[in-house]
Design a protein around this ligand. Structure first.
Ligand code: N01
Length: 866
């Protein structure tokens, strides 16, 4: 409900401006900043002290896997100067001491209610307040409600048959006794081999007389090489603190490390080995897996790095069978959180330590005396132990948020709203829950980043937002449905171009039975994310509705509309400050295109690639033939490259042609045609027609199947392909069974809205298109230049037309598809969301184009199948 000037009911006075739940790293800073902004706040905390995750996770060996120098607050230079870490990776007690020091230093404790668990929170539209109820019977009314409850704070149930039956001692790594545990002389079982298990196992092994580790899925773990703080980093920080911290804030993962600039495919065998050796020697999260930039997107790159790490595991473990059990094989490396260990693998070389591979012998039940496992023959082996340690993980990211009964507008609970997976705007807010903020919520970089950096960014964004609301006379803020849907889509788009969704990880919610399988964090990067959050504010809270005494204001919209990899590529191009094509001569532009082409991934291998010539309309034309590796004969695709009739060649579209050949299982004959301005209109179209005829006439010699010919093209190549198809129809041959038209030029006689909407910024610009047309020097009213203007489109071969959302040519492609369909031609039309003119064909560069190219291939296969 917005502000109503006629509403005479008394305003319910909130007790405080803000209730914050949780006194961990996020809650402490939130409280500090709210106080600095003169807002009243209270923090409600279930524990009896501050620390959050570092309060609860006290198991032996618990450390942060981000170096201490980076895993700390940066908001106060004096605080930094005041605290020195004793090790590269601080232990849990040291981090807890640090957070206690922060609480004391800023005198935060008076506004924290300890041993107070929030049970419910209810929004009232009438009073624009949240009423928060706790297990102590307290009720706090607040204008705003901030969940600073952490991403890994709700332990997952053990889910093991008979767990209650065990008569010995039971421990959870996530709820470790404060006095510690002495395992000396004990027989101990550890269940679970994630980070918590991997950190605690070597230390438990030091005390226990016998340690049995029950492993369901092995994890990749890399050495921590813990010791004194990294000298290089410490020096960089000391030399220029602000630059160092700023670099972290604008880095991909919240740590100031140089991003890898090359993919695995760009390094030869020796270079790869050297890079991986160097990464392994560095150790830590950013060692071996950060040598190349495509490890989490390219399956082959990932396999190479994973093989390297598997070899390292084998080299550390004496018993080959145990080593194999410890080698992960069922998911890509880093698609589950990488573990960072000290002496984990070598622990298994000790005679009193044994690994039980639950994939071979699953747990049958817990018994009074220990753990029973069952082998493939059904025999039971009993492992008698004195203590069981569950290191079985968390209901991550959403667990803590939905465990409080949060009822938003109309009484809808967050748990109900998120039944099929969390929906947020920026991971900060969610529709239907006004004035609710989440710190590092689902849909934000959170667990894929240095939490310290992400927490500070969120806390500061929220504090700024509340300050802005106060200044603008608003007391309610809520995202719009459109903005949230757009963000959820973008979060999914980012995940979909990676290998993350392939793992059954807690990132995917896959570790909790019944939890929806949704990728929870935002993988687009801390830097991109920060820029998005800033942009939202700069665009006057784009995607939010604000209400209050000063009136209602809503700025609806979607903040990220491009596919993430398209947007990334545009950014790289912008950073390079490349000259525009239209500022060059055609000769220079061609040379420039060649240089660019030499730097891209090569595309898939095919059975054979052969260059030859065929007769064009006025002299020979080069062509390149791609043959599948399978037994022929094969159907044929005659393909015409893009480049605005001025640029391009078989070489320029080589990866795309390989991809088509590979996906379709057809021969692709990619034909060069004469270029303008040397050979203006209609030379290109005439060559395309001549080439098509020649290919049809030489089907058998080429290894093709007679009558199985599809014409295809991209951009201007699609233009000449359509013209050739129309001419073939009019001439009674050759027979073409289908046309694949990718972002085609179909009508130069008119200006469609997409030409102006996407006039600039998406590689193919309006001015570049003018440059192409000018050089082609065509009669744009002729169907041989503008095939949409043909008298009739009836009786043309079935068509698949693909356009891109952010393409000046989008609407003319759509118009051609519509006209074909209206003329009775079976036509499938796809407008590719978030793509630009050049992205659909960018094989292995624009990963989000891969499913689209798969769809193209499917259409062509259907043409051949009749
Ligand atoms: O939890 P996990 P964690 N029977 O979910 C197994 C952060 N963290 O507490 O993979 C048998 O990773 C489960 O097997 P599977 C860090 O981000 C950081 O270790 O489901 N086994 C898995 O092996 C980390 O990623 C640090 O097949 C069962 C293990 O238990 C996150 O917290 C330190 C089972 C759980 O691993 C979570 O780590 C610690 C069952 N019924 C944690 N149920 C730092 O270094 C589960 N498992 C900062």
């Amino acid at each position: 409900m917005g502000y109503d000037a006629n509403d005479t009911r008394p305003e319910a006075e909130p007790d405080v401006d803000v209730v914050v739940v949780g006194a961990g790293m996020a809650g402490l800073y939130m409280l500090h900043l709210l106080r600095q902004r003169d807002m009243s706040a209270v923090v409600l905390e279930a524990a009896d002290d501050v620390g959050g995750t570092w309060y609860w996770n006290r198991y032996p060996g618990a450390r942060c896997d981000v170096q201490s120098i980076d895993y700390q607050y940066s908001f106060d230079a004096e605080l930094e100067a005041d605290w020195e870490w004793s090790e590269k990776y601080a232990t849990q007690p040291e981090i807890l001491r640090y957070l206690q020091h922060v609480a004391d230093r800023y005198d935060l404790r008076p506004d924290i209610r300890f041993e107070t668990r929030v049970e419910s929170a209810v929004w009232s539209d009438d009073t624009s307040t949240w009423t928060i109820a706790t297990d102590t019977g307290d009720r706090v009314i607040a204008r705003h409600y901030v969940m600073a409850t952490g991403c890994l704070s709700v332990p997952k149930a053990a889910e093991i048959e008979g767990a209650d039956r065990f008569g010995g001692d039971v421990y959870f790594t996530s709820r470790w006794p404060h006095d510690g545990v002495d395992f000396t002389g004990q027989r101990v079982a550890v269940i679970g081999t994630g980070s918590s298990g991997i950190q605690s196992i070597p230390l438990i092994a030091k005390e226990a007389s016998q340690l049995t580790v029950f492993q369901r899925t092995p994890n990749f773990s890399v050495p921590a090489y813990n010791g004194p703080s990294d000298a290089e980093r410490a020096a960089a920080l000391a030399a220029d603190r602000d630059t160092y911290r700023d670099a972290a804030r604008w880095s991909r993962v919240g740590v100031p490390i140089e991003p890898a600039e090359r993919g695995v495919w760009q390094a030869n065998e020796a270079e790869r080995q050297a890079a991986l050796d160097e990464g392994w020697a560095d150790g830590g999260l950013f060692g071996v897996t950060r040598q190349f930039n495509d490890v989490i997107i390219n399956p082959e790159s990932n396999r190479i790095v994973a093989d390297y790490v598997r070899d390292k595991i084998r080299a550390q473990v004496d018993d080959p069978a145990t080593a194999e059990s410890l080698c992960p094989t069922s998911y890509p490396i880093t698609s589950k959180r990488l573990c960072v260990d000290t002496d984990y693998y070598v622990t298994y070389n000790q005679p009193h330590v044994r690994l039980i591979d639950l994939r071979e012998t699953p747990i049958e039940t817990m018994t009074e005396a220990g753990v029973d496992v069952r082998d493939a023959e059904g025999s039971i082996e009993s492992h008698e132990v004195d203590a069981v340690v569950y290191a079985t993980g968390f209901d991550a990211m959403t667990g803590a948020l939905v465990s409080v009964d949060i009822a938003g507008r109309d009484g809808v609970t967050l748990a109900d709203k998120w039944a099929d997976g969390p929906e947020t705007y920026l991971g900060l807010t969610t529709v239907g829950f006004p004035n609710l903020f989440m710190i590092t919520g689902p849909g934000s970089p959170s667990v894929l980043s240095n939490m310290a950096v992400s927490i500070e960014q969120h806390v500061e964004w929220i504090a700024d937002c509340l300050t802005d609301l106060r200044a603008s006379g608003h007391d309610v803020i809520e995202p719009t449905v459109t903005a949230e849907a757009g963000w959820v889509q973008h979060v999914n788009d980012c995940a979909d171009i990676t290998l993350f969704p392939q793992a059954n990880s807690w990132y995917m919610g896959a570790n909790v039975p019944g939890k929806p399988r949704v990728f929870l964090p935002y993988v687009g990067g801390v830097d991109t994310y920060r820029a998005v959050c800033d942009e939202v504010v700069e665009r006057d809270y784009l995607g939010f509705r604000r209400a209050g005494p000063s009136g209602d204001v809503e700025h609806d919209g979607v903040v990220k509309r491009l596919q993430p990899d398209v947007s990334g590529l545009l950014q790289v191009m912008a950073d390079l400050e490349l000259p525009t094509i239209e500022s060059m001569t055609p000769t220079d532009a061609r040379a420039f295109m060649e240089i660019t082409a030499a730097q891209r991934p090569p595309g898939p291998d095919v059975g054979e690639v052969a260059d030859a010539t065929l007769p064009g309309a006025d002299g020979d034309l080069d062509y390149r033939l791609y043959r599948p590796g399978t037994q022929g004969p094969h159907p044929i695709v005659a393909y015409f490259h893009g480049g605005g009739w001025v640029l391009g060649s078989c070489e320029s579209d080589d990866p795309f042609c390989r991809d088509l050949c590979d996906r379709i299982g057809a021969i692709v004959v990619s034909v060069d045609y004469r270029h303008a301005p040397e050979h203006p209109y209609p030379a290109a179209a005439d060559d395309a027609s001549a080439a098509l005829q020649w290919i049809a006439d030489h089907t058998i010699e080429l290894g093709g199947v007679p009558g199985q010919l599809v014409v295809a093209g991209w951009s201007a190549g699609a233009n000449v392909a359509t013209v050739a198809a129309q001419r073939a129809r009019d001439a009674g041959g050759p027979v073409i069974v289908g046309q694949l038209l990718v972002t085609p030029v179909t009508d130069g006689s008119r200006e469609y809205p997409s030409m102006n909407e996407n006039a600039e910024g998406y590689v193919l610009t309006k001015s570049l298109m003018d440059w192409f047309w000018d050089h082609y020097d065509a009669d744009r009213s002729s169907p041989s230049a503008s095939p949409l203007l043909a008298d009739s489109l009836a009786d043309l071969p079935p068509a698949a037309v693909f356009t891109s959302e952010f393409d000046p040519l989008r609407d003319e492609g759509a118009a051609y598809a519509a006209a074909l369909a209206a003329a009775g031609v079976p036509t499938d039309y796809h407008e590719c969301r978030g793509h630009i003119h050049t992205s659909l064909t960018a094989v292995d560069v624009i990963i989000s184009g891969a499913p689209i190219r798969a769809a193209m291939a499917e259409h062509v296969q259907k043409f051949f199948a009749g």
